[in-house]
Design a protein around this ligand. Structure first.
Ligand code: ZN
Length: 338
């Protein structure tokens, strides 16, 4: 059985590479296969990094791709020789705070986007060929950033001081530092579908395609309900479901990250209720999970639990969700509050 699973995994990996080369695959194939790390994944990376690099000196940085670095000043080399004093999540980004002996504060900010992943290797490890974007050498190990595929979406910014760092924050509310009223205010600033409101980085911080599907399933709300239509009882349900779903996954991933560095960051976890579970039975009611396809994305939901039995998979409804969406995930991620 384990052998068959290995074979299937290998085959899927091969398919991934072909998908980039040939257009006969659906254009959202890669987006669906990989997925952008969200709040629970980023939290797990930070937990694992805190145990390894906090208090350590960043000795050298090796860049594997010139496209990764998106700032020119301060220069990347100015981070070398500094000690890691803080790790922070900003939306779906990881910020590494570094100080020199005189107390000067520098931040390296990584956005993994869809196919970027972090790895912890032995000290002085080399950057892997094509996929290697950057290596950060510490005395106790090397942090390596890779990105699968040929699209260079992952990014690295260097900022000096806290104020400059804040400039990259898209401005979405933090679910764990707001109350129900703050949550409702943020989500109703514009009339959006719930799916869009939850995943817009200007509205809510750190949530993407996977956890929005899980949150809406827990809240038993339709992804296409518009935020201006929600009743007070539904707001309460959505707010509670958002916190509970994220807490459950953060706890699960943090427990894993305390044991070993998170090497298998994927949005498709067998324990998920609906995300990535098209046609599989809903864990609450047993009916098959459905999907709506739009832009380069899809959302999964259970009609029985979320939409009063109504199938949303017809063209008109896909269009409704599509019209509430930028053309690509990249565009959604690039949104910033003015
Ligand atoms: Zn169900």
């Amino acid at each position: 059985m384990a052998c068959i699973r290995k074979k299937i995994k290998r085959l899927l990996r091969q398919l991934q590479f072909h998908a980039w080369k040939h257009t006969c695959f659906p254009k959202n194939f890669c987006t669906l296969f990989f997925a952008m790390p969200e709040l629970p994944d980023i939290t797990a990376y930070i937990t694992a990094l805190e145990a390894r690099i906090l208090g350590q000196k960043l000795e050298r940085i090796h860049l594997g791709s010139v496209f990764l670095l998106r700032t020119v000043a301060p220069p990347l080399e100015s981070a070398e020789g500094r000690t890691v004093t803080a790790l922070k999540r900003i939306g779906k980004r990881i910020a590494i705070g570094l100080q020199n002996e005189s107390g000067g504060n520098l931040w390296l900010v990584l956005h993994l986007m869809i196919a970027g992943r972090l790895h912890w290797k032995a000290p002085q490890s080399k950057l892997p060929g094509k996929a290697g974007l950057a290596a950060f050498d510490f005395p106790n190990g090397t942090l390596i950033l890779t990105e699968a595929g040929s699209k260079r979406r992952a990014s690295l910014h260097v900022f000096e001081g806290e104020a400059a760092l804040e400039a990259i924050n898209p401005g979405g509310i933090e679910v764990f530092s707001t109350d129900l009223e703050g949550f409702r205010t943020a989500l109703t600033r514009e009339n959006r579908t719930l799916k869009r409101a939850l995943t817009d980085p200007r509205i809510v911080s750190g949530i993407g395609n996977a956890y929005s599907d899980e949150i809406l399933h827990t809240a038993q709300l339709s992804p296409i309900t518009q935020t201006h239509k929600l009743t007070p009882e539904q707001w309460q349900r959505l707010f509670t479901a958002t916190r509970e779903t994220l807490t459950e996954w953060i706890n699960r991933f943090n427990a894993e990250a305390k044991k070993s560095f998170p090497e298998k960051v994927t949005a498709f976890r067998p324990e998920m209720a609906v995300h990535g579970k098209f046609n599989q039975p809903c864990p609450r009611c047993g009916n098959p999970v459905q999907r709506i396809q739009y832009a380069d994305n899809e959302t999964n939901y259970c009609p029985t639990c979320q939409t009063g039995g109504k199938l949303l998979a017809d063209r008109g409804l896909s269009r409704l969700l599509g019209s509430d969406w930028p053309r690509t995930l990249d565009e959604l991620e690039a949104l910033k509050r003015k």
